[in-house]
Design a protein around this ligand. Structure first.
Ligand code: NAD
Ligand code: SF4
Length: 420
């Protein structure tokens, strides 16, 4: 497939504005300023079918329409670059290799929604990305793409970078906004959604890096062309971060809806040392596990939801026959226990209890009742305040359901069968 999102990344100095301009960069933004009303841009993005690539898949055009319809001022345009989901490293590639595509996407989005101030909330662990983005913003200012009365128009917009400090929860958009306001990063109740009451309680669009990198090319080549890629009900290209026991881990740009089997065995080269595939977490740490028999599934939002899991950020984590499923679930739950912000009890207590139980089972001290207790705790966690707690139990409860025999083996042997 022709590369769309990653079309620029292999060029030498792809992060510099001269290289970007030489290959058609900022033409989409120029076209928008000249030929499109804000409403035209929104219609084009709606017709393209672009859905948010951060994990939830909300229609981007609709989000922009909601923000445009709110006339409170000022309005803010925020790029969520706090890529914290374990095994997700796709946005990093855009930030480091094609930062001007991100800036151009933000410019077009800000024009469409009437935003005058932009922020990139950048993962604290991306210092190289920060240096590159700062340079790219400065280059864009020097060439007149950012600032007052851009390219002689009456549109003004500038972008500032805000570095995160290592908290996973700050990738949740309302916690991100709290953090941007200088407060402790804890989620707010939704609704109201940020499009109406976000940063400083003003209308705020929050879009993921990959989502925004799609925008210039949609304007350049049109919604019809864009929507011909991928699944009809979920179009466009998608970046999949593939890691774990595959021969060629990495970021793969493929049409949305590419079968998981093709991603693992064709693009990522199959399982290391030709061992047997055991399990896959198809959409990051909070997705439900799939067994080796379930990998024919299409990797898009509706197909994975139908399969009882989710696409999330598109982080494909592959386990082979030598991996212990209990240990894998324990690792993931330990991550969520550490990253739970502690605001609500179901998540704060639930993650801790599940970690204790998984630890017990992995170390030969579990009982069959523990498996039912994990299910009961996870039901309570569904009532958590935000998405982190609502989904954190997924790796535990889905592995208990699909790999029950392996859990029972740990309990019967009173040790992990993978440790001799
Ligand atoms: P969500 O469904 O609450 O919201 C998705 C987006 O749509 C938000 O921007 C929200 O404001 C907007 N929205 C939803 N309904 C709306 C409405 N009625 N009006 C206006 N706007 C509306 O999901 P979420 O909690 O923001 O995100 C969850 C996803 O994030 C999960 O799928 C998870 O995989 C993903 N995630 C990604 C990373 C990463 O590093 N990329 C990290 C953690 C989680
Ligand atoms: Fe914090 Fe977890 Fe509750 Fe979200 S679900 S508010 S992360 S404690």
């Amino acid at each position: 497939m022709e590369r769309v999102i990653l079309r620029n990344v292999d060029r030498e100095d792809s992060h510099r504005i001269d290289v970007y301009l030489k290959h058609g960069g900022y033409q989409a933004f120029r076209k928008v300023l000249k030929e499109f009303s804000p409403q035209d841009v929104i219609e084009e993005i709606k017709r393209s079918g672009l859905r948010g690539r951060g994990g939830a898949g909300f229609p981007t055009g609709l989000k922009w329409e909601f923000a445009a319809a709110d006339f409170k001022e000022p309005k803010y345009f925020v790029c969520n670059a706090d890529e914290g989901e374990p095994c997700t490293f796709k946005d990093r590639m855009i930030i480091e290799k094609d930062p001007h595509a991100l800036i151009e996407g933000m410019l077009i989005g800000a024009y469409a929604t009437g935003c005058s101030v932009g922020y990139i909330y950048l993962r604290g662990e991306y210092p190289i990305g920060k240096r590159i983005l700062l340079q790219a913003i400065e280059e864009a200012r020097e060439r007149g793409f950012l600032g007052e009365n851009i390219l002689g128009s009456d549109f003004s917009f500038d972008i500032h970078i805000h570095s995160g400090a290592g908290a996973y929860i700050c990738g949740e958009e309302t916690a991100l906004i709290e953090s941007l306001e200088g407060k402790r990063g804890e989620p707010r109740i939704k609704p109201p959604f940020p499009v109406n009451a976000g940063f400083m309680w003003k209308p705020t669009v929050v879009n993921n890096v990959e989502t925004l990198a799609n925008v210039p090319v949609i304007i350049e080549r049109g919604a019809e062309w864009y929507s011909s890629i991928g699944s009809p009900d979920c179009p466009g290209p998608k970046l999949y971060s593939v890691s774990g026991k595959v021969k060629k881990p990495g970021v793969y740009e493929l049409p949305m809806g590419t079968p998981l089997e093709e991603i693992i065995f064709e693009h990522a080269g199959g399982i290391k040392e030709d061992r047997k595939l055991k399990a896959v977490f198809p959409g990051g740490a909070s997705s439900c596990v799939l067994t080796a028999d379930e990998i024919h599934v299409k990797m898009d939002f509706p197909s994975l939801a139908k399969a009882g899991t989710m696409l999330g950020s598109g982080a494909v984590m592959v386990l082979d026959e030598t991996d212990c499923i209990v240990k894998a679930a324990l690792r993931l739950l330990k991550f969520f226990r550490h990253e739970s912000c502690g605001k609500c009890a179901p998540c704060r207590e639930g993650t801790d209890w599940i970690v204790r139980i998984l630890y017990r089972i992995e170390n030969g001290k579990g009982s069959e009742d523990d498996l039912e207790t994990i299910v009961t705790i996870s039901e309570t966690m569904e009532n958590s305040f935000c998405g982190l707690g609502m989904a954190a139990h997924n790796p535990a409860v889905s592995t208990v359901k699909k790999f029950r025999d392996e859990y029972l083996k740990h309990i019967a042997l009173k040790r992990c069968p993978f440790k001799e």
